[in-house]
Design a protein around this ligand. Structure first.
Ligand code: C2O
Ligand code: CU
Length: 508
């Protein structure tokens, strides 16, 4: 197999040069906020925000002069952003008003919505086989007790997650808490960047080619649904919440100036301490929150955010670019002084509970091998596929941790030439080791996805709970997940313990 780093996206799009977007021609766009439709108070006195989201087909203006048909939450690409405080609960009514069949690929559009980064009861987790057909809706309940973080919601429909997410079914969900409010930039200086890649057919529609279920590498890089945008920034510290929402591509972001950026949070929120790095490896579904200090640059200067993992720049391949920042003069001295505490790089952050875990706390160690026997064969985890789980009538579980147990899970990548971003539902974990050494500085924070590179082995520590039930583990290269690199584990369910929150029997 070909190492993905050398796969060229050459000619992935079939657009003519007039229609192909030019890097740094598009203006920066901030995903639309989603206001609650109503609020209520539940029996425990907690505020509950009620949101409504409708999945539908829409035309998006991604390219300069052609419309692109997308499938979007509220018809948006990316979907609307939910933003709330820790302790505020959320009920999200997700309506499936998609066409019955995918407009281009023909499969049935039955969806399941996963909030990535939330510990919910299994029936609200977006379990892959718990699908809502077109014409139906489902209410998802989210408790929001976890530390502040950047979450995202995306489709998880069995077998077609890759196409659905690629077509636009992904959005952000930002949770704040008092610790994070105090430490990190807020409001206009707290900026989400949803990075994805795409390829286009000559009529402007999205092209889909997952190269024999290996992965899709588009030749157009999108940030918040715009190709290689330019954002105007003031000469001060900004916080970027960077989500890699690409279905397969990983990035190695870096600044064109060669200056360091400051990583302050990972998937599960604040790290114990800021880590300053010149670049980092950013796999699908991972979130890195990064502070960039633009105060050392002059107004008029352009700073690019580049992608080191594709050094090729053949023909029309600009996947070595992500976006650019144009430094502008600050509006006034007084505006700069508004929030001096956010205009610096903090050193010590917050110790999320999971970061205290040690190897000695674990009562069990489990190992998972991820691989594929050959091209055309399914991707497996310990030789198990999601097909096997379906065939067992959802009985087959690859791990049975006790509720509240601390365990060490090891993932070893045996599939030559491929990397696998492994995601475990329900829990945050700490990376204990990578190839027997300390994890990279930028991944020393709470995580729910871990990049397992070619030939690599990682060890993770995690604590299971607070909910019993069945949850999934899978590769977040979504064509791998769909074919069929996904298994399930059962938390706190003994042999004869019925699962009252069974996601399958909760399906409509
Ligand atoms: Cu982001 Cu199970 O997925
Ligand atoms: Cu994979």
């Amino acid at each position: 197999t070909v190492p993905i780093s050398t796969v060229s996206a050459k000619s992935a799009s079939q657009l003519g040069s007039r229609d192909m977007p030019r890097p740094y021609a598009a203006a920066f766009y901030r995903p639309a906020p989603l206001r609650p439709a109503s609020t209520s108070v539940d029996a425990d006195g907690a505020t509950v925000n009620h949101y409504r989201i409708t999945m539908r087909q829409a035309d998006a203006q991604i390219l300069p002069r052609k419309k692109t048909s997308i499938l979007g939450y509220n018809g948006l690409f990316p979907g609307p952003t939910i933003e709330l405080e820790q302790g505020t609960r959320a009920v999200v009514k997700v309506r499936n008003q998609l066409p019955k069949n995918h407009p281009k690929l023909g499969y049935l559009m039955a969806t399941s919505t996963h909030l990535h980064g939330s510990a919910t009861l299994p029936e609200y987790d977006g379990y892959a086989s718990d699908v809502t057909p077109a014409g139906f809706y489902k209410d998802y309940h989210y408790p929001n007790f976890q530390p502040a973080r950047t979450l995202w919601y995306h489709d998880h429909g069995v077998h077609f997650t890759a196409q659905n997410v690629y077509s636009g079914l992904a959005g952000l969900y930002l949770m704040h808490d008092p610790v994070e409010r105090e430490l990190l930039p807020q409001g206009a200086f707290d900026v989400p960047l949803v990075i994805s890649d795409a390829m286009f057919a000559s009529d402007g529609s999205l092209g889909y080619d997952d190269r024999d279920r290996s992965g899709l590498w588009g030749d157009v890089i999108l940030v918040n649904g715009r190709p290689w945008p330019v954002m105007k920034v003031q000469p001060r510290v900004y916080r970027f919440r960077i989500l890699n929402a690409s279905i397969s591509r990983s990035y190695r972001p870096t600044l064109s100036t060669g200056d360091a950026v400051h990583i302050v949070a990972t998937d599960g929120g604040l790290m114990p301490a800021t880590q300053s790095v010149r670049n980092w490896r950013h796999g699908p579904a991972e979130r890195y929150e990064v502070l960039i200090d633009f105060s050392k640059y002059r107004p008029g200067q352009r700073i690019e955010l580049r992608n080191l993992s594709n050094p090729n720049n053949r023909d029309y391949d600009h996947t070595n670019k992500i976006m650019a920042f144009d430094v502008v003069a600050p509006p006034s001295e007084s505006a700069m002084k508004l929030d001096p505490k956010w205009n610096q790089i903090p050193g010590t952050l917050a110790g999320s509970e999971v970061m205290q875990l040690t190897r000695g706390d674990a009562e069990e160690k489990r190992s998972f091998r991820v691989q594929r026997a050959d091209v055309g064969k399914p991707w497996t985890i310990n030789e198990v596929t999601w097909e096997d789980v379906i065939a067992s009538n959802f009985k087959l579980a690859s791990a049975d941790p006790r509720l509240g147990a601390v365990e060490v899970w090891e993932f070893e990548n045996k599939s030559g030439g491929w990397f696998h971003p492994m995601h475990i539902h329900l829990v945050d974990f700490k990376i204990l080791s990578r190839n027997g050494k300390a994890p990279f500085p930028y991944e020393r924070g709470p995580k729910d996805v871990v990049y397992v590179g070619e030939g690599e082995k990682v060890e993770l520590a995690m604590k299971f709970g607070p909910h019993k039930g069945r949850y999934m583990v899978h590769c977040h290269n979504l064509p791998h997940e769909d074919h069929s690199m996904m298994i399930q584990f059962r938390v706190g369910l003994g042999e004869d313990d019925p699962d009252e929150h069974d996601p399958i029997s909760a399906a409509p």
